[in-house]
Design a protein around this ligand. Structure first.
Ligand SMILES: O=c1[nH]c(=O)n([C@H]2C[C@H](O)[C@@H](COP(=O)(O)O)O2)cc1CO
Length: 178
């Protein structure tokens, strides 16, 4: 495989979905060689509850799959069934520092905030301080109420809070990420 193509081609990530054209607004041309163009795609930081409770883990996995058609999801592990097992060998300090680094690297943050999580709240707060563009997704139910610190931060542009059903996620991502 040509060297320039290695930057674009992520083995294991290719599917009918992922070869849909990625969002051109977020592609920066890094270098133009005689043999081709090397590109960087949008980096997405996905937040979802882990120690706060894993009842929505399968929803996270499906949302991450959709997000991967727009760019690279840095926190793909959040949707993995084995996340707690896989993160057991690393220290909390390692997890924190790695995630803050990814947050800094990200172009956009997407948080599923239905299941309350201190970690997700912390990530959103840090992302606001970093000036990131943030989308929070919430599935309303009669027994729950979203924190005012999230719903009250909605400004319609850089901090967007959306009540949603899973069927609506695709369109919401399209509107927010393109
Ligand atoms: O093992 C982990 N790995 C990890 O990446 N996180 C990050 C990503 C999630 O968006 C968020 C979840 O926080 P919490 O575990 O407090 O629910 O924190 C959190 C943990 C455990 O707290």
């Amino acid at each position: 495989m040509r060297d320039w193509l290695k930057d674009v081609w992520r083995p294991g990530k290719l599917s009918r979905e992922s070869i849909r054209p990625v969002n051109l607004r977020y592609i920066h041309i890094r270098s133009v060689h005689k043999i081709g163009i090397s590109v960087i795609t949008m980096k997405i930081y996905f937040c979802g509850s882990i120690r706060g409770g894993r009842q929505d883990a399968e929803i996270y996995e499906r949302l991450i799959d959709k997000l991967q058609t727009y760019g690279e999801v840095l926190t793909e592990h959040v949707g993995s069934k084995d996340v707690e097992k896989n993160e057991i060998d690393v220290s909390d300090e390692y997890i924190h520092d790695r995630d803050v680094r990814w947050l800094e690297e990200s172009d956009v943050v997407v948080a599923e905030v239905t299941q309350t999580s201190i970690g997700v709240g912390y990530e959103i707060g840090r992302a606001v301080a970093m000036g990131k563009k943030i989308l929070c997704l919430y599935r309303p139910s009669p027994d729950k109420r979203l924190s005012a610190m999230i719903s009250g931060a909605h400004n319609g542009t850089t901090f967007v809070v959306k009540n949603y059903t899973e069927e609506e996620a695709e369109q919401i991502f399209k509107d927010f990420l393109t």
